[in-house]
Design a protein. Structure first.
Length: 336
């Protein structure tokens, strides 16, 4: 096993050769501690209407008499979209789905008495908890800082996202001042904005820029693909909820724990980088994930300093070296 001094010596020799580095964030696996009010997706009552008239007549009366005594939320029927599915997950963690059914319909009679309506109804009424972006002259955004218009998901997240995040941070015993607000903004940028953009048909690239390759495993595509599955509408929606829930939990944890708490560790390592190596382009990190993003944040506060090229950390096998890429979307090299 090579010692730290040998590793640093080798890295120092390589610092003058090319500047084509900057690696992807590490991913660590953890079991999520869930709020005590948590409702498994399998326990949610989900009812889907295939068309506007399916619940008319006796069938409608029987259903309405049964569920109007329980509160229910309503979202759009038809094809599955990540916007409605993620909005449902946010409402669940904001504790707004307790003892409720989720009804997927466009029936105005059902929408009228729903506790919350999102992604359907052609209304945006915050007092009545109606959140639909399919309305004329809709222009609402997360804040003036952003150009992407909100979808039903973005609307639910803007007004109920902090409550959902707070319930998770409380379960994880993260009580840092400002963490909820910071996570609310970070999570919008890392997860919700893309869902809003897909809902409005906003391309990720300008029209004259073609991607070098395509990926078909993003959340939007995974949910859309469920429309082709040979199973019932309720089961499809439940699978969409599972996919969205996993992404939501990971992004909240990444922002709240890895980004918010890990940032202080990275700042300390950055300020003491010359104590580690005379180049000032190597830092030693311990117990930090998403290191690439955190280093980028710290470096923005020091625009005239040399950029960090390598991080060194410990593992059971010894020391690990991470070369950092300019783009955080690809992993170039990790030395055991």
């Amino acid at each position: 096993m090579r010692g730290l001094s040998q590793i640093l010596k080798g890295l120092g020799r390589g610092l003058g050769i090319g500047r084509n580095t900057r690696s992807a964030a590490k991913i660590a696996y953890f079991n999520f501690t869930l709020p005590k009010e948590y409702i498994p997706n399998s326990n949610l009552t989900i009812i889907t209407a295939k068309n506007n008239t399916e619940l008319e007549g006796k069938l409608y009366k029987d259903w309405f008499d049964k569920f109007r005594r329980k509160s229910y939320v309503a979202t759009s029927s038809g094809d599955l979209h990540s916007s409605e599915a993620m909005a449902t997950i946010i409402l669940k963690y904001a504790n707004l789905l307790k003892s409720t059914a989720v009804v997927r319909t466009r029936d105005t009679k059902i929408l009228k008495e729903a506790k919350i309506v999102y992604g359907v109804g052609n209304k945006l009424d915050l007092k009545r908890l109606c959140y639909d972006h399919h309305i004329d002259n809709f222009e609402e955004k997360f804040s003036s800082k952003y150009s992407i218009k909100l979808s039903a998901c973005g609307l639910i997240y803007k007004y109920h996202g902090k409550a959902a995040i707070s319930s998770l941070l409380s379960a994880w015993q993260i009580n840092n001042p400002g963490c909820v607000d910071s996570t609310h903004t970070n999570l919008y940028e890392s997860l919700i904005m893309a869902i809003d953009a897909c809902a409005h048909g906003n391309p990720q690239y300008s029209s004259n820029t073609l991607p070098r390759y395509r990926t078909n495993t993003d959340l939007h595509t995974r949910v859309e693909r469920l429309n082709l599955a040979e199973m019932g509408q309720g089961e499809r929606f439940r699978m969409a909820l599972d996919a969205c829930e996993e992404e939501f939990l990971w992004h909240v944890q990444s922002s709240a724990r890895d980004r918010f708490q890990g940032l202080e560790t990275v700042k300390k390592a950055y300020m003491s980088r010359y104590d580690l190596h005379k180049s000032g382009q190597i830092i030693f990190l311990k117990g930090v994930t998403n290191e690439n993003q955190l280093i980028n944040i710290v470096e923005k506060d020091h625009p005239n300093e040399k950029e960090i090229l390598y991080t060194v950390s410990t593992s059971r096998e010894g020391y690990k070296i991470h070369a950092l890429l300019k783009s955080i979307h690809c992993l170039l090299y990790t030395s055991p």
